[in-house]
Design a protein around this ligand. Structure first.
Ligand code: KG4
Ligand code: ZN
Length: 346
């Protein structure tokens, strides 16, 4: 259980979490990258409202997220998403148990907008403030609408991270493997760019891969020790393959399918090894790339071997605030000081 003092005026501590003995309604704000999001979640699992303003349209023309522009867009959207979250939930700020916000990792200018909004709400309504780590929050997308409890192995795959995590309890997690170079999402986005696909490349590549032959090209799986990963060699291999066509029309679907096959089977093998060595019977996937169809398919095939597999709905895989609210409820390892500052790297 988490005991948190109200931020400014009330002396009596407010209890938060599964053992608090009453219904918690946590409002969270997420603004670490290019989504401005606000959600209200009851008891860490039941989404009362969930609003996401995506900036994809803005960044499309640059082929990536421009931090300055992203921060300014967050400023324009933040009040709108907060109002909409209250409206959809039909709730008043006074009815909220605590206000949470993403502290990092992420783009500093972007994080500042959401975090300051969450702190301000906490101060104005004299409620606890809970600062959340974005990566921990991604894992918590798995608690929404489920009864999942630790321990389990988590595969966290996003634009910035690729990690295998041993989740021992709601608040204790150990990273047992990670990428030594590119993150999976980064590899998807870079390869997508190489073959001329629009931003954001990951989802487009995934779609085209379904139309191609996954065994058309044999791409190299990096041999990295333990549970670590490397994707930069694979990216170079795709570059070489693209160059070999020497300006002729690219078999885009086959390249996408072969790349996707290589990435998904690497992830699958390491996750399976982690399950066998930990003795855990549960595995979850999380992060933006957990929306990927082939990675989902391969990890879910572990169900045939007796494992419980969970992946959040697509809308809780990519950046959203419901996962942040869930994390504020379940994880006691949070940043609860109203003076906490944003951070860019984990
Ligand atoms: O977690 P996320 O929304 O943002 C952070 O990185 O924190 O993840 C975004 C990443 C991007 O690289 C995007 O291309 C990738 O997730 N992505 C996908 C798919 N959907 C999103 N990659 C592969 N297949 C997908 N279906
Ligand atoms: Zn994310």
């Amino acid at each position: 259980m988490k005991m948190i003092k109200n931020t400014l005026f009330t002396e009596k501590p407010v209890e938060i979490g599964p053992e608090s003995g009453y219904d918690n309604y946590i409002m969270a704000i997420e603004s670490s990258c290019d989504e401005t999001a606000c959600a209200i979640v009851k008891n860490g699992r039941e989404v009362i409202s969930n609003v996401v303003a995506s900036q994809i349209k803005t960044h499309e023309k640059y082929g990536g997220v421009i931090p300055e522009i992203a921060a300014r867009e967050h400023l324009e959207s933040i009040n709108v998403v907060i109002e909409e979250a209250f409206k959809q939930a039909n709730m008043k700020p006074e009815e909220i148990t605590a206000f949470a916000g993403t502290v990092g990792p992420g783009l500093v200018g972007c994080l500042l907008v959401g975090l300051n909004a969450a702190k301000t709400l906490a101060l104005v309504y004299d409620k606890p403030f809970i600062g959340v780590n974005h990566l921990n929050a991604h894992l918590c997308g798995n608690y929404i609408d489920t009864d999942l409890k630790p321990p389990y192995i988590a595969l966290l795959i996003s634009g910035g991270h690729t990690q295998i995590i041993d989740v021992k309890s709601y608040s204790e997690q150990t990273i047992i493997g990670e990428t030594i170079d590119d993150a999976v999402g980064e590899a998807y986005d870079k390869v997508a760019r190489l073959i001329g696909l629009p931003y954001p490349g990951g989802p487009v590549l995934d779609k085209l891969a379904k139309e191609g032959n996954p065994h058309a090209y044999k791409l190299p799986e990096a041999k990295v020790d333990g549970y670590n990963f490397s994707f930069s060699g694979l990216k170079t291999a795709v570059l070489r393959l693209v160059k070999s066509f020497d300006g002729q029309e690219l078999p885009v679907n086959d390249i996408c399918a072969s790349f996707q096959e290589c990435v998904s089977s690497t992830l699958y093998k390491k996750v399976k090894k982690a399950l066998e060595e930990s003795g855990y019977k549960q595995v979850v996937i999380a992060g933006g790339v957990a929306a990927n169809s082939e990675i989902r398919k391969k990890i879910f095939s572990l169900e045939n071997e007796g494992y419980r597999v969970n992946a959040p709905l697509m809308k809780y895989c990519t950046d959203n605030a419901a996962m942040v609210a869930s994390c504020a409820y379940f994880n006691t390892n949070t940043f609860d000081d109203i003076d906490v500052e944003v951070f860019s790297r984990a």
